[in-house]
Design a protein around this ligand. Structure first.
Ligand code: DGY
Length: 319
């Protein structure tokens, strides 16, 4: 059996595969995605593929992968994979939900705190030797404790963000395709329409997957509904937001600030207009990036690969 692994992973993880299978091809460079041509070449006689969100697993690639039994992505999101096409070809698709929930909720909350209380600006003030004196209104930001948070998408990560919000005595609103009774019972979360959530929330947190329905779901009309003091946080996918509309909302200060871990195009260019703004905190898609969580994700992605190669049901199959 041949397994292709498109990113460098710790030895202990690769050994889980190389102890079992004759050929394990691991892309050599640490911080670069495997070039498309190389992946297309390797996939021709591969039985298993351990991939991640930087590889496009589309019809062209799948049609050349005549032996492929399983595509296992080291991520919960699978918008880079043509799942319908894979299934049509009898290829199982696995992902890594669950193990990354708490780390991603931690990062979402970190971004919420950093953005509202202007942590990065504070660090810049010190580093650039601009801190001349304590000031009664120096770097004042938006209060988190007791504020209203609106969570769009009450899935696993939404629930974990709600748990943290409860600890900050926040009033929790949410919008979801369906009511989430557990969120209502456990965290006093109130289900509301999208418009009500946008109008009433001090913090709007976007946590929906990337699908046709969610594409640019937050745009001009949505930013216009938000409070002037609203802080917008996105740790889901950049494609869920209209970045031009976000830029305009931030630049005209029709909302207070935004904290983003994800972008329409990744990596975002350093010359992107959004990065010229002061009222923004940005991170390079590191929502689940704690050492412990990434190891768990990698192990789960390997376990999914092994299950697929051995003809078993995957631990977490994309449905
Ligand atoms: C995912 O898992 O989809 C994240 O975006 C990376 O952890």
């Amino acid at each position: 059996m041949k397994v292709v692994v498109t990113r460098q992973l710790p030895n202990e993880i690769i050994e889980m595969l190389s102890n079992r299978y004759e050929e394990v091809v691991v892309w050599e460079k640490e911080d670069e995605p495997i070039p498309r041509e190389r992946l297309l070449r390797e996939i021709v006689d591969a039985d298993g593929l351990l991939t991640n969100l930087t590889d496009k697993i589309d019809k062209e690639l799948l049609s050349q992968a005549t032996k492929l039994k399983v595509v296992s992505t080291l991520a919960v999101g699978f918008d880079n994979i043509d799942v319908v096409e894979a299934k049509k070809r009898g290829i199982q698709v696995g992902h890594t939900p669950g193990v990354l929930t708490e780390a991603t909720a931690d990062l979402t909350f970190a971004l919420l705190l950093a953005t509202s209380r202007r942590l990065v600006e504070g660090m810049d003030v010190i580093r650039e030797n601009r801190w001349t004196s304590w000031g009664p209104f120096l770097l004042t930001g938006q209060q988190v404790h007791g504020a209203t948070i609106g969570i769009i998408g009450m899935g696993r990560i939404g629930m974990s963000v709600a748990k943290r919000a409860k600890g900050f005595s926040m009033n929790i609103l949410y919008h979801n395709r369906t009511r989430h009774l557990e969120a209502e019972e456990e965290f006093d979360a109130t289900y509301c329409s999208m418009d009500d959530l946008l109008e009433q929330s001090d913090f709007v947190v976007l946590l929906v997957p990337s699908t046709k329905e969610t594409h640019k779901m937050i745009g001009t009309a949505e930013f216009e509904r938000m409070k002037k003091t609203a802080v917008f946080i996105n740790t889901s996918r950049g494609t869920n937001v209209d970045e031009d509309a976000l830029y305009k909302a931030l630049e005209s200060q029709s909302i207070y600030a935004a904290g983003l871990d994800v972008f329409e195009e990744e990596p975002i260019s350093a010359s992107h207009p959004l990065l010229k703004l002061n009222n923004i905190t940005v991170l390079p898609h590191v929502g689940s990036a704690s050492i412990q969580t990434r190891l768990q994700m990698a192990k789960l992605a390997v376990d999914n690969t092994i299950c697929g190669l051995e003809g078993k049901t995957l631990i977490h199959e994309v449905k």
